[in-house]
Design a protein around this ligand. Structure first.
Ligand SMILES: Nc1ncnc2c1ncn2[C@@H]1O[C@H](COP(=O)(O)OP(=O)(O)OP(=O)(O)O)[C@@H](O)[C@H]1O
Length: 367
């Protein structure tokens, strides 16, 4: 059983505290993705789990056994880094076999293991090559293969795909998802890539300044973020935020008077709110449409980005601090400077109080 249990984990570098008491239970076989802004402690936490960094306070258990004092090789984990960290003078075969050889396994015993994993990763025809004779994607497959041959119970990935080009990233992402299914191992994965987080994770952990902000399935975090920070962090382009005050509260939702004489209704549970409260309305770019006549917001087009499969239009709006983004059909044309009215359904809106805490949405998965 490779559960990973973090109990009040703290990490200090000298006087500076980087992790402020992390509590997290990861299930056997679960795929957990860590996300958060640069410097929030994701890599540090991964390194404390692996044993590359000491834990200043708290307890780490893997499979129910305390790991704090054990060296990395005794923890049943393998780590894959962004930089691949392959030995340049060794062949692919030797790189993949390195850990097994170090553990004292004979060549006769490790050769079939390396060959079998190389086959799964489509590296079998490259075993004699040196890392410099490989593409980035092939090198990262060697690094992953080197981890797999050790049959770890827990894989730790630190931005493993960030050095690859876009199409290779997609291929490798699919490969990692397949490996997770086939190996059934527990995986902890750090990334800055929204798509990797949303598609690979059973659960996503959002970090902020050395603390857990929210833990949940990708769907929960996307549709029911607990606060403005999580709402703004997941989604690309990010959620639009519009400031205003509550003008009425009824059974069909909360009405908000937005800056700039715009009135919208958002379908949320208004517990704790009262008329006159300052609030922030959130709307995702994909939920704003030109043909909707409810909750109309009007903006002046400033930039139209054509992405091929769709376009993103940016508009100035009196209630938004930064230009609002709107996902548009690929070929729709909008002139820069044109005034564009956009509506959204009340069920698609989000509402946050003055402290940034989200009100509970009444129909979070509404089409
Ligand atoms: N060895 C170290 N000594 C001192 N401070 C460190 C050390 N390693 C990390 N830190 C600090 O700890 C904080 C967290 O760093 P960490 O690399 O874990 O962040 P991260 O969330 O992984 O960031 P990124 O997404 O940019 O990789 C940073 O402020 C960093 O400067």
């Amino acid at each position: 059983m490779a559960t990973v249990s973090l109990k009040n984990i703290k990490k200090r570098f000298g006087d500076v505290t980087t992790l402020h008491g992390i509590d997290l239970e990861i299930n056997d076989g679960e795929f957990v993705v860590f996300v958060g802004p640069s410097g929030c402690g994701k890599t540090t936490l991964l390194r404390t789990i692996s044993g590359l960094e000491d834990i200043s306070e708290g307890e780490l258990q893997i499979g129910g056994v305390r790991m704090n004092e054990l060296p990395p090789v005794k923890r049943g984990i393998a780590m894959v880094f962004q930089s691949y960290a392959l030995y340049p003078h060794m062949s692919v075969f030797e790189n993949m076999a390195f850990g097994l050889r170090l553990a004292g396994m004979s060549k006769k015993d490790y050769t079939p293991i390396v060959q079998q994993v190389a086959k799964v990763l489509q590296l079998d025809h490259l075993l004699e090559r040196k890392p410099k004779e490989l593409s980035g994607g092939q090198r990262q497959r060697v690094a992953i293969g080197r981890a797999i041959v050790q049959k770890p119970e827990v894989f730790l990935f630190d931005e493993p795909l960030s050095n690859l080009d876009a199409s290779l990233r997609v291929q490798m992402r699919i490969e990692i998802a397949r490996l997770h299914r086939e190996l059934g191992a527990t995986m902890i994965y750090v990334t800055h890539d929204q798509v990797e987080a949303m598609t690979l994770a059973d659960r996503i952990v959002v970090f902020r300044a050395g603390q857990l902000e929210q833990v949940g399935t990708p769907t929960e975090l996307y549709h029911e973020p607990i606060n403005l920070f999580v709402a703004g962090f997941l989604g690309s382009p990010g959620m639009n935020f519009l400031s205003g005050t509550i003008s009425s509260i009824g059974a069909d939702g909360v009405q908000v008077a937005l800056t700039g004489n715009q009135n919208v209704t958002v379908l949320v549970d208004a517990a704790g709110a009262k008329v006159g409260d300052a609030v922030t309305v959130g709307v995702r770019p994909e939920h704003l449409h030109v043909d909707l006549t409810s909750n109309v917001l009007t903006g002046n087009a400033v930039v139209l980005e054509r992405l091929g499969d769709s376009s993103v239009l940016y508009l100035d709006n009196a209630a938004a601090k930064v230009p609002m983004s709107v996902r548009m059909p690929a070929l729709r044309h909008v002139d820069i400077g044109q005034r564009v009215p956009l509506g959204f359904k009340p069920a698609h809106g989000y509402l946050f109080n003055a402290d940034g805490k989200a009100f509970r949405r009444l129909d979070p998965l509404a089409e």
